[in-house]
Write a protein that binds this ligand. Structure first.
Ligand SMILES: [Zn+2]
Length: 113
């Protein structure tokens, strides 16, 4: 499954919308706040990305909250274990999948909607 990184700044209103969008779609992401993260600034510069929010999904970059593109690129969803409510990252491009909870070892099936 691809890793999702989102670059943000504190003052960016679209970044807030982007976070809500990712959460609503049960997408797991790593947030990098450019305000205090020099390494994140360098990563952006290396890819010639100038605006936020910006997303790195696997090897692809998305600049701006392009919802369709993000949903097309992300290949996982967060699924909650029915027994212990741990959130698990599950592939969303393989139809029905068998999920084993990392915490309680509960096994259940999940299908993307
Ligand atoms: Zn569990």
């Amino acid at each position: 499954m691809k890793k999702v990184i989102m670059y943000t700044t504190k003052t960016c209103g679209y970044c807030r919308q982007a976070k809500e969008f990712l959460s609503a779609n049960r997408i797991h992401y790593i947030e990098k706040d450019l305000g205090n993260d020099v390494q994140a600034q360098n990563e952006m510069a290396k890819r010639s990305i100038r605006g936020v929010p910006a997303f790195i999904i696997g090897e692809d970059a998305v600049v701006g909250l392009d919802k369709e593109k993000i949903l097309a690129l992300v290949d996982h969803r967060l699924v909650e274990c029915e027994r212990c409510h741990t959130k698990l990252r599950v592939p969303s491009n393989q139809g029905t999948v068998k999920v084993t909870c990392l915490k309680c070892k509960n096994i259940f099936h999940w299908a993307p909607r």
